[in-house]
Design a protein around this ligand. Sequence first.
Ligand code: F6R
Length: 245
Amino acid sequence: MYIYKEKDYAGVSRRAANILSAQIISKPDSILGLATGSSPIGAYKQLVESYQNGDLDFTKVRSFNLDEYRGLADDNSNSYHFFMNQNLFAHINMKPENVHLPNGMAEDIEKECSDYDELIQELGGIDIQLLGLGHNGHIGFNEPDEAFITGTHLVKLTQKTIEANSRLFSRLEDVPREALTMGIKSIMLSKRILIIVSGEDKAEAVKNMLLGPVTPKVPASILQLHPNVILVADEDALKYIPANF
Ligand code: F6R
């Protein structure tokens, strides 16, 4: 694992956007795995600016998002689809048919999940998967569990995650209780993983991810076993990680 230690969120965003830009420039038909949440917003902003400056072209890029709430349509302002449009897709020249998120409205959830994983592999696999880190060590919506869940699947969200995500909803009751998420296997099959973390409140999760045992109780700890991971984090998030790690 390669670790970039940045001063703050702005530094994390800049580094992450530069890594994603380098990927797109060196392989214009890259397949990107994308995430929602607060962590990637700054990086997406820089990607939009680079596109507007003429430094990036997304016409051949394809993307697969990590997750989507169950029961929210694409145009629901709380859906991850909506978030991605607002923060990235509406401002760049990606072709709509090249954008993929799990369909939270699918009737046959099992088929939706297996089709999602199959399509990723058919197209050649994800070149770089962007991840954020949950306070409890989750990646995607893979919550602490007794076993690592493999492919894309339906999850019941934990109370902690429902509460953390409620900041984006008007009422706690409005937060969906279920989501579709890429599984640990789907994530681990990515050729490269870029995980971005900012803030002291994530320091414990970073410590558990890097220094603790590989365990499904800390889903992100599995990244210790991936051969090509880049962690971009700020000083606060890295406060428990020894300088020589
Ligand atoms: C988002 C996702 C989540 C977040 C994580 C961190 O698509 O899958 O795992 O990356 O909850 O969220 P933020 O960035 O809001 O702290």
